[in-house]
Design a protein around this ligand. Structure first.
Ligand code: ATP
Ligand code: MG
Length: 268
């Protein structure tokens, strides 16, 4: 375990995928050298990682780390300055339409029509995904049950609490039954009960085989949900691995700091 943590540490910040497929799982998502520049500012600096099929991969980092910019490139919303992403072996740059069919996104900003009710919102986005009226109806009803809001289906979304709106935002990301779902800080501003509901829903999706990328500011959320975690800061992945590997890395760093403090103490 310590060895693995060292490997992670030694590769952190370097070019190339610092997080490779693992556990013998097939690779579902392969992020290859993504770079995004806004004017002179390089928001994402050569980010590479892979996500195994059916895992929850956590992307953890502070404000401005580059998490949303990475997701926006991975879902085709932003064109990368360079680099590419492939999902199930299909390159996003070459097969954008096919890839969009198998991915879903829950954006950081809640994107709902607040005067419409939740059923109408889901139907609207279902139509955008190209679903038939019948498919929209079936999926919308199923998803409203899934996120625990079926009983409120006919009420305008503007009357919902922030946590409930987040749950509808999530249901929209699931309308096309994605094989790969990206969730950008889905629990921001959500009370503990709704947060727990969101976590349970994510775990159910994982159990059904969905591959998930989950971004957050909070290590405890990543610990609770993710088999593998990458820590991003200032546009780079600075460490990556399993939770155990990252904790071992932290323990190693704390041990080094403790020894240095002890030496300083002796030399004074
Ligand atoms: N459209 C844009 N134009 C210019 N700069 C941008 C744009 N989008 C993002 N940035 C910059 O890129 C950097 C990364 O932003 P990003 O939104 O990806 O961070 P984040 O990790 O998602 O942060 P947060 O946790 O606050 O959501 C920031 O410095 C931000 O100001
Ligand atoms: Mg963000």
């Amino acid at each position: 375990m310590q060895e693995a943590a060292k490997t992670t540490l030694s590769r952190a910040g370097r070019t190339g995928p610092i997080h490779q497929a693992h556990d013998g799982r097939a690779v579902a998502v392969d992020v290859q050298h993504l770079v995004k520049t806004f004017g002179k500012h390089e928001a994402v600096k050569d980010v590479s990682f892979t996500i195994g099929k059916g895992e929850i991969f956590g992307l953890l980092g502070p404000n401005g780390a580059g998490k949303s910019t990475t997701i926006n490139m991975m879902c085709g919303y932003l064109k990368p300055t360079s680099g590419d992403v492939s999902v199930n072996g299909l390159s996003l740059s070459e097969h954008v339409r096919q890839v969009k069919r198998i991915i879903g996104v829950v954006p950081q900003e809640i994107a709902l029509y607040k005067d419409l009710n939740s059923l109408e919102n889901l139907n609207f986005f279902g139509k955008i995904y190209g679903l038939s009226t019948q498919e929209c109806k079936q999926r919308a009803e199923k998803l409203l049950n899934f996120v625990g809001l079926y009983d409120r289906r006919n009420e305008p979304v503007k009357t919902f609490s922030g946590g409930m709106q987040r749950r509808i935002n999530m249901a929209i990301g699931l309308m096309n039954e994605p094989e790969f779902l990206m969730m950008d800080e889905p629990t921001v501003g959500v009370d503990p009960q709704s947060r727990e509901h969101i976590f349970t829903t994510i775990e159910q999706l994982r159990d059904q085989g969905t591959t998930i990328l989950y971004t957050t500011h909070y290590m405890e959320e990543a610990e609770r949900l993710c088999n593998h975690i990458a820590i991003m800061d200032q546009g780079k992945i600075i460490a990556a691995g399993t939770l155990e590997q990252l904790l071992a890395l932290r323990d190693q760093q704390q041990e080094v700091q403790r020894r240095m403090a002890y030496r300083n103490c002796l030399s004074n």
